[in-house]
Write a protein that binds this ligand. Structure first.
Ligand SMILES: NC(=O)c1ccc[n+]([C@@H]2O[C@H](COP(=O)([O-])OP(=O)(O)OC[C@H]3O[C@@H](n4cnc5c(N)ncnc54)[C@H](O)[C@@H]3O)[C@@H](O)[C@H]2O)c1
Length: 355
């Protein structure tokens, strides 16, 4: 079994991890075990998970609807109410079995219910495995503003079992791939280079790519758990990516973008800005742009989309003293945080993205 030590918990990898998982549950003598799922992970993932759960304790399933539009405080109130009705106490455990929506909401609900109960993340999407389920960020959206309400609080354990991915649709796999590419770009040039020709990526060995991605995210979080410095590197592509995601979420005429789809655009735009600021070469910029465009379709932005997207940047959580702060590439595999960028340069990046 492979295991990665995180700040106060372990990330256990692979099917043999269920032994440690069951041991942890037994040691903590929980009163009731709640499993949070959405209707899709209830159908596809719960039947794969339950045979591995070895406990005599009462198990209660809580199901919510899938989708980013459910990641809000109303859904939290529903879950807190169910926990209360079923008699959850401070010795209850919440297992979050699902993608990033389930781990984000579940972690927040658990962290705040009776001032905090234990939770364990069992991510079932690629994005949640390599990113959302680790690092301790939990929370919900406020209206269309992403992740405005939340806490940093770590799970008791994260159990990553790639077998759940066999039912994950291709577009959701791509969404997770965006975060893996980001990990290479910001931290590990060698890892990035493994993706440069996607036709030659050995997907039979995908587990080891997932594992490396988790290591990178964890290493960055361990250095800076409360995001005062290097953890801001993980926001590469997310300053513009989140604004684009929020804008498309609230705009009825736009299709809703998956998180990774929006981040893919954000990474191209922010790589362009990195090039303009002479932090990467033109060759490096084109390598990033061409690789990402070979995986993700080009999103069409109308002229009148851009100002509302710029307006949304004001709400980015990295901002300090009213200034919008970017994490930009500083060569492939390195990052420069707290970079100010003017609107004119952002407009230029959108113009170049089209080409
Ligand atoms: N907390 C963090 O550090 C962090 C980091 C990155 C992203 N996020 C958040 O994660 C969220 C996105 O997560 P996501 O992409 O996993 O979305 P998601 O949870 O909506 O999952 C995507 C879809 O796949 C379905 N699904 C899940 N597992 C499946 C499986 N094994 N087989 C078939 N279908 C399955 C889900 O029901 C859903 O419809 C966003 O809200 C984003 O803000 C959080």
């Amino acid at each position: 079994m492979q295991s990665i030590e995180a700040n106060g918990y372990s990330i256990i990898f692979g099917e043999s991890g269920y032994d440690d998982f069951n041991k942890l549950i037994e040691q903590n003598n929980y009163s009731i075990i709640f499993i949070l799922v959405d209707s899709i992970t209830n159908e596809y993932c719960l039947p794969k998970f339950l045979p591995f759960l070895a406990t005599e304790k009462t198990i209660e399933i809580i199901e919510i609807e899938p989708g980013e539009s459910e990641k809000n405080i109303t859904t939290c109130v529903e879950i807190w109410s169910i926990l209360t009705e079923v008699g959850a106490d401070r010795k209850s455990l919440l297992l979050n079995l699902g993608g990033g929506i389930i781990t984000d909401i579940g972690g927040f609900v658990a962290s705040t219910f009776k001032r905090g109960i234990d939770f364990i993340n069992i991510p079932t999407t690629l994005l949640a495995m390599v990113d959302a389920s680790i690092g301790g960020k939990n929370g919900v959206d406020l209206g269309n503003l992403k992740n405005q309400i939340g806490v940093i609080n770590v799970p008791k354990m994260v159990l990553v079992d790639p077998k759940y991915l066999t039912t994950l649709p291709q577009n959701e796999m791509r969404s997770g791939l965006a975060e893996m590419l980001k990990h290479g770009l910001i931290f590990d040039a060698q890892y990035w280079s493994e993706f440069i020709d996607l036709n030659t990526v050995d997907f039979a060995d995908f587990d080891s790519l997932i594992y490396r991605s988790i290591e990178i995210k964890n290493e960055i979080v361990m250095q800076d758990p409360s995001e005062n410095g290097i953890r801001k590197a993980l926001n590469f592509g997310h300053t513009l990516g989140h604004a684009i995601e929020s804008y498309f979420l609230e705009n009825e005429n736009k299709k809703i973008l998956l998180h990774g789809e929006a981040i893919a655009v954000g990474m191209i735009l922010e790589s362009y800005i990195s090039w303009e600021k002479e932090l990467i070469s033109k060759t490096e910029y084109l390598e990033v742009k061409n690789l990402i465009k070979s995986v993700f379709e080009t999103i069409v932005f109308e002229e009148n989309d851009l100002q509302p997207i710029l307006d949304l940047l004001i709400h980015d959580k990295k901002n300090e003293y009213g200034k919008i702060q970017f994490a930009l590439l500083n060569g492939i595999g390195k990052i420069k945080i707290n970079q100010e960028v003017d609107n004119e340069m952002i407009m230029k990046s959108f113009a170049d993205y089209k080409s």
